[in-house]
Design a protein around this ligand. Structure first.
Ligand code: KG4
Ligand code: ZN
Length: 340
């Protein structure tokens, strides 16, 4: 029996201040998230300066809560995992500085983790049997990536968005129909009252790469539809717009993903990122994968949106591979997946 590895994980790349204690990468002993959403709502999106300040205010408290809920002290830990990119530089810096300070004070190894790797590894938490290789769709506010997970820590991005990320499109369309920030969960809810086939919005294909995404045309089509109705003095149903838009996004995500799983000859597929908590997306993938004989994996919604447990999961596999960061670890806002 190998010795257990217990990590404290810290995440502060955007508007969630989060800390978790994770054992052997898959057992979450605690998962504390302070969401700043309410603070940013009145501005219609995340204000970086406000996010950084709130992280500073909350981070110690969140870490203390995570340790106490896990019944661990710093002396019981084997390392500290922290998101160091991509994300908002000021926000990332708070987590990175905090992790470096604790690592130095407690003499614990430091492991810098890629935020997207964290999202992917969220799948390991509740799916104890899931092991690479598999294909993972990462759809968040900042990214829409189709990733081939060759092995732990070995990623190949085969598709990405050419313009807006899927979550960004949800947020922008939500704003256009007056739902406010963050748009994803609100569109998800309103869609249940609408007809997904009411309006024929476009499903964009990117000529040069069959796995790439483009959502800006869809967003413009929604805005044009609303303008058109307003100019003609016609009423429009916000629920039908939400449902039809959502279906257009999901159709593209599903088609590209299933195509990739088959083309690469895998039998396992996973989803990750904030958009992966969308109820209709989960149902659609679940049905489609079942029909295609593909094993479908997904984290619970709480592990889809930003959290630190996923950073603890990713950090564990990096730790096993011998990855250790120095005290020169810095926030890297544009960090690429697979880069160090
Ligand atoms: O992964 P995440 O929490 O943060 C980033 O790393 O970006 O993703 C946030 C994004 C936001 O754009 C939000 O609107 C979207 O995920 N989102 C959703 C849902 N919940 C969150 N999109 C669609 N349906 C949802 N239920
Ligand atoms: Zn994220």
């Amino acid at each position: 029996m190998e010795k257990d590895v217990v990590l404290l994980a810290i995440e502060s790349s955007c508007d969630e201040t989060a800390a978790a204690v994770v054992k052997n990468g898959r057992e979450v002993l605690s998962n504390v998230i302070y969401s700043q959403i309410a603070l940013h709502t009145e501005f219609g999106g995340v204000v970086p300066e406000i996010a950084s300040r709130k992280h500073i205010e909350k981070i110690n408290q969140v870490i203390e809560q995570a340790l106490s809920a896990a019944g661990r002290s710093l002396a019981d830990l084997d390392g500290i995992a922290v998101t160091y990119g991509p994300g908002l530089v000021g926000a990332l810096l708070v987590g990175v500085s905090e992790a470096k300070a604790i690592s130095f004070a407690a003499g614990l190894p430091l492991i810098g983790v890629h935020h997207i790797e964290g999202h992917i590894c969220a799948n390991y938490i509740e799916n104890k049997d899931l092991e690479p290789p598999f294909v993972c769709l990462v759809a968040s506010g900042g990214h829409s990536h189709l990733v081939v997970v060759r092995d732990y820590g070995k990623y190949e991005i085969i598709g990405r968005t050419r313009d807006d990320a899927a979550g960004e499109a949800f947020d922008k369309v939500a704003r256009a129909i007056g739902l406010g920030y963050p748009g994803g969960p609100k569109i998800d809810k309103l869609s249940r009252e609408g007809n997904p086939d009411a309006i024929a919005f476009p499903r964009a294909k990117v000529a040069e790469n069959e796995y790439d995404f483009s959502f800006s045309g869809l967003k413009s089509a929604v805005l044009n539809y609303i303008n058109g109705c307003e100019m003609k003095g016609e009423e429009f149903s916000r629920a039908d717009i939400a449902a039809s838009f959502q279906k257009a996004v999901i159709d593209v995500l599903v088609e590209h993903s299933i195509h990739a799983v088959k083309a690469y000859g895998f039998s396992k597929f996973a989803i990750a990122g904030g958009v992966a908590s969308n109820s209709s997306l989960r149902e659609t993938f679940s049905e489609r994968c079942e029909r295609e004989g593909i094993a479908f994996y997904h984290p619970s919604p709480i592990f889809c949106t930003d959290n630190a447990a996923m950073i603890g999961a990713a950090g564990y596999y990096e730790f096993l591979r011998g990855v250790r960061s120095g005290y020169d670890l810095n926030a890297v806002p544009g960090l690429k997946l697979g880069e160090r």
